[in-house]
Design a protein around this ligand. Structure first.
Ligand code: ZN
Length: 163
């Protein structure tokens, strides 16, 4: 539902979502399959198919983490609400920030490819941002990450998306 509030000096728009669908707004048809897009530049069917195609090209080495990342990709409703596995080789200029705690170390780094945040109007697809400064957190004993810890990570991820 598109809700419009009229005030004396300005007009404010608020979007409310019903069953994951934003009514009264259209995002155009997908260049590839011709279906209506579900979000700005986002054809859920085509994006999910592309994610599935790419599943064979990456693994974190931990099946539980892989399943979690895949779950976020298969349920993504836009270009910023999913996770992706990034191989360590894709980072450069990695420096220890001397921050962290008893259970982790935080590094700064440059993610060479960057996230898929740029909408290429001509190609009608998302392209990567290019080099971007990021923080990497190294968890001690992360090779033996418990299911309980992963559940907390999942909870935090989905909670953050709802804010
Ligand atoms: Zn499509």
């Amino acid at each position: 539902m598109l809700v419009q509030h009229d005030d004396s000096d300005f007009t404010d728009f608020a979007l409310t979502s019903s069953e994951g669908k934003i009514n009264d707004l259209t995002f155009g048809k997908c260049f590839d399959c011709g279906k209506e897009r579900s979000n700005v530049g986002w054809c859920k069917d085509c994006e999910i198919n592309a994610f599935k195609e790419n599943f064979k090209n990456w693994t974190s080495g931990n099946p539980n983490i892989d399943d979690f990342i895949k779950h976020t990709q298969l349920n993504a409703n836009g270009n910023v609400d999913y996770l992706e596995y990034v191989d360590f080789e894709k980072f450069d200029l990695i420096e220890n920030t001397k921050k962290g705690g008893a259970f982790s170390i935080i590094y700064s780094a440059i993610w060479l490819e960057g996230p898929r945040w740029i909408w290429d109007e001509d190609a009608e697809q998302w392209t990567r941002n290019g080099p971007m400064k990021v923080a990497l957190k190294r968890l001690n004993n992360s090779q033996s990450m418990s299911e309980e810890f992963l559940k907390q990570v999942c909870y935090c991820f989905f909670f953050c998306l709802r804010i």
